[in-house]
Design a protein around this ligand. Structure first.
Ligand code: HEM
Length: 364
């Protein structure tokens, strides 16, 4: 096999997603994977683009500096959890063959230039890391992984090969569900440590207007663990462009003068989208939840996709005050609405815009 990194084809430019509906309420909004949303056929759990190296660098930095808040794994069933991660590797290989290739005794991670060898039950949990093609990032990743033990090594290796963050949820037929494993280097304003080892209800407790979402917890978890695969999207507007939106980061803000000018506010705003997917593993009593974050300067994205202007205006306008507060967009919302309105007649904003209506929804 030829997996020299320099011989791999270049990855395409990013295709940041958008919401399916133009009215925003807190709801599960799970859509079947394998259908078209916003003109894009969404069938993959993993989507790689030409920012892969940047994501890798951020993930590696995060692991090296603070793995205790980014890579968290319950240790009561390492063999079961490892099997779940091998399945994740298989999904990655199916979606992005230049990121992972399954082998009889492990997996090749071509863009990292690394191979994981798992030729014994012990190595299924803690695979051997082999540098196939030396390179600066691959060598650094290998050094990190060699210092990791148990299933954390496997989880970190798979996470370093892709741009997504990963959560493994575990749950029985009627038993409680638990976030068994979090490999989350790029959270949007939350601390993975606070969610680790807790269930769907507790994880989603801080959300404003969450009664319906929490009320459907059992159904949503059943969907994640046994149905699907599904896709959902999440959005925000922020004053920072950090891929890692950990809550301890210093908050960017504007001066009073800047706040008073919608053009300036828009020019300093980033649109932060998440593309999330689920994949059931019922035989393992587990389900995968992937999170892929995209951060783009607002003005640039609206210029590239002008059809999104009225739709973003509708999203912001329809977000209830307490939800704006929760999302941290209360102060941004009014000037952005002015800016978005000023750039395109709001009259066109009604309806679904260019959204392609989804098929059936899983819940809500
Ligand atoms: C398919 C299952 C899931 C559904 C339907 C769901 C739904 C939601 C919704 C509606 C929100 C509010 C923001 C938004 O609209 O996007 C949210 C936020 C969030 N979700 Fe989920 N979620 C799911 C799975 C998970 C899992 C497995 C985790 C594991 C860590 C998670 C972690 C979070 C966090 C951390 C937040 C932000 C909460 C905070 O501000 O503290 N979600 N989710």
């Amino acid at each position: 096999m030829h997996h020299d990194v320099s011989q791999l084809p270049p990855l395409p430019p990013p295709t940041p997603p958008f919401m399916v509906r133009d009215r925003f309420t807190i709801s599960a909004d799970l859509f079947p994977l394998g259908a078209e949303y916003n003109g894009v056929v969404e069938s993959a759990h993993f989507v790689a683009d030409d920012r892969w190296d940047t994501y890798l660098a951020h993930k590696l930095n995060m692991l090296e500096q603070a793995s205790g808040r980014a890579s968290l794994h319950l240790d009561d069933d390492p063999a079961g959890l490892a099997e779940a991660y091998w399945r994740v590797a298989g999904l990655l290989a199916a979606d992005e063959p230049t990121l992972a290739v399954m082998l009889d005794d492990g997996v090749m991670l071509p863009r990292l230039g690394l191979r994981l060898r798992a030729d014994s039950p012990g190595a299924r949990i803690e695979p051997e890391v082999i540098v196939e093609h030396p390179g600066p990032m691959g060598d650094r990743a290998a050094a990190w992984l060699e210092g990791r033990s148990g299933v954390a090594r496997l989880a970190d290796a798979i996470a370093l090969a892709c741009q997504e963050d990963l959560v493994i949820m575990r749950g029985g037929a009627d038993g409680p569900d638990v976030a068994e494993s979090l490999q989350v280097c790029l959270p949007s304003g939350w601390d993975p440590r606070e969610k680790f080892g807790t269930g769907f209800r507790a994880i989603h407790e801080p959300i404003a207007d969450n009664a319906r979402l929490l009320g459907s917890s059992a159904n949503v978890m059943k969907a994640l663990l046994t149905k699907g695969p599904y896709i959902r999207y999440s959005w925000s507007v922020t004053l920072h462009d950090k891929l890692d939106g950990h809550p301890e980061l210093p908050r960017a803000t504007l001066t009073e003068e800047e706040w008073a000018d919608p053009e300036t506010v828009a020019a300093r705003t980033f649109i932060r989208m998440e593309r999330q997917t689920t994949c059931p593993m019922p035989d393992l009593g587990r389900g995968l939840f992937t999170i892929r974050v995209h951060v783009d300067p607002l003005v640039e994205r609206m210029e590239r996709q002008p059809g999104l202007r009225p739709r973003l205006a509708n999203l912001i306008a329809s977000t209830a005050p307490e939800v704006r507060e929760y999302k941290g967009i209360a102060r941004l919302a009014p000037p952005l609405l002015v800016w978005l309105g000023a750039h395109q007649g709001m009259g066109e904003a009604a309806g679904d815009g260019e959204a392609v209506a989804p098929g059936s929804e899983a819940s809500q």
